[in-house]
Design a binder for this molecule. Structure first.
Ligand code: RTP
Ligand code: MG
Length: 142
């Protein structure tokens, strides 16, 4: 599998717990490189647009409320098979079902406040990266 990019978000619960560095460390130890990153407070419109695919789901308003409850770190990770590699590091959406040693098992409390987001396909990664970053904000690292 070729070099790939994926969008990662460290969600408000993990930022509030002060575990940004511990989460970044897991990406770096797994060989993923951070090629773009910024901390920001998402607006309601930004969060709704980002999660538009879920807008008919019953949890949508809670999800948007949570994602705007505090700052997040939005970033692009690059590496071999980065999309699946990141999802493996994250663990299952529901932390109660996440494998031991995954980010969600170790840092998430509930299915709503689950520490991290990661793109789930090449198509999502392309859309999500472009949603937050201009090409000029991404720094290829070879
Ligand atoms: P994410 O998009 O945040 O990386 O998470 P995911 O792919 O593992 O899960 P997804 O199905 O895309 O859902 C997006 C976020 O919505 C919340 N959710 N709540 N209450 C529920 O049944 C439920 N299902 C999903 C989660 O916070 C999930 O991360
Ligand atoms: Mg998802």
């Amino acid at each position: 599998m070729a070099n790939q990019r994926t969008l990662s978000i460290i969600k408000p619960d993990a930022v509030a717990k002060n575990v940004i560095g511990e989460i970044e460390s897991r990406f770096e130890k797994a060989g993923l490189k951070i090629v773009a990153a910024k901390m920001q407070q998402l607006s309601q419109a930004q969060a709704e647009g980002f999660y538009a695919e879920h807008k008919e789901r019953p949890f949508f308003q809670d999800l948007v409320g949570f994602m705007t409850s505090g700052p997040v770190v939005v970033q692009v990770l690059e590496g071999e098979n980065a999309i699946a590699a990141n999802r493996d590091l994250m663990g299952a959406t529901n932390p109660k079902e996440a494998e031991a040693g995954t980010i969600r098992a170790d840092f998430a409390d509930t299915i709503d406040a689950n520490a991290v987001h990661g793109s789930d396909s090449p198509e999502s990664a392309e859309r999500e990266i472009a949603y937050f970053f201009q090409d000029s904000e991404i720094c290829p690292r070879g």
